[in-house]
Ligand binder design. Structure first.
Ligand code: 13P
Length: 254
């Protein structure tokens, strides 16, 4: 059975002091539960201090992005080599990276290969924009993104995919559980086609986009949805812990 994963993507929020405080409060409010894997993805400059605070806990650490070259003259970039000793996970191809920083499927694919080479678990983000959704083309776009993202990559159970419809990100207008479940089922079938059913059954696929304590149940009760990639609500410790606790309870009941 796949272990549920609740990941907090803090995006470009929290100063170094705020990041430390947020982690302390989250850790303080967390109950010990082995039913859910918990992941925090703070800004790069807080990775070291957050890692220190997470020492001795089972909470995992992730980066929000990385470049696909080991080292060299790439001013301002962070390499997989730098992250490999620090992080467990790395978010790749987030729609904000694709939209504002012009990341292409090819770049995301290169990043995925590098992350795996360095033992980082990649979280491949895919999802359609509003126009595509309204045109009924979600299936085509998500299929193309997953297929391009996984090109030339050997089957691995370490991969995580996050389905994050762009229209649901930061809008307060989440997809319904049924919509998320349907697209995530499609994603699993694409992975199955590429990598075989055994691996596809082990790969975790998350939903992301306006997830809160009020709607997490809808997603977690969908059999193909293995957790959530949480943005805004992960910046509020009690809300984030609430999402984790509800997920744990639902998973225990399954
Ligand atoms: P929100 O939860 O703020 O909608 O963000 C989702 C997201 O983009 C997580 O990566």
């Amino acid at each position: 059975m796949r272990k549920a994963l609740i990941a907090g993507n803090w995006k470009m929020n929290t100063t170094p002091d705020e990041a430390k405080n947020l982690v302390r409060v989250i850790l303080n409010e967390l109950n010990n539960s082995d039913d859910v894997e918990i992941l925090l993805c703070p800004p790069y400059i807080s990775l070291l201090s957050v890692k220190e605070l997470l020492r001795g806990t089972s909470v995992k650490l992730g980066a929000q992005n990385m470049y696909f070259v080991d080292k060299g003259a790439y001013t301002g970039e962070i390499s997989p080599l730098m992250l490999s000793d620090l992080c467990d996970f790395v978010i790749l191809g987030h729609s904000e990276r694709r939209q504002y920083f012009f990341e292409t499927d090819e770049m995301v694919n290169k990043k995925l290969k590098k992350a795996l080479e360095y033992g980082l678990k990649p979280i491949l983000c895919v999802g359609e924009n509003l126009k595509t959704n309204e045109a009924g083309k979600t299936k085509e776009v998500v299929t193309a993104q997953v297929t391009a993202g996984l090109t030339g990559i050997k089957p691995t159970k370490e991969l995580v995919i996050a389905y994050e419809p762009i229209w649901a990100i930061g809008t307060g207008k989440a997809a319904t559980g049924r919509q998320a479940g349907a697209t995530i089922g499609l994603i699993r079938s694409i992975v199955s086609g590429l990598w075989g059913g055994g691996t596809a059954e082990a790969v975790r696929v998350l939903y992301g986009g306006s997830v809160t304590g009020s709607n997490i149940t809808e997603f977690i009760t969908e059999p193909d949805v293995d957790g959530a990639l949480v943005g805004g609500a992960s910046l509020k410790a009690s809300e984030f812990v609430n999402i984790i606790n509800q997920t744990a309870k639902l998973k225990q009941a399954l």
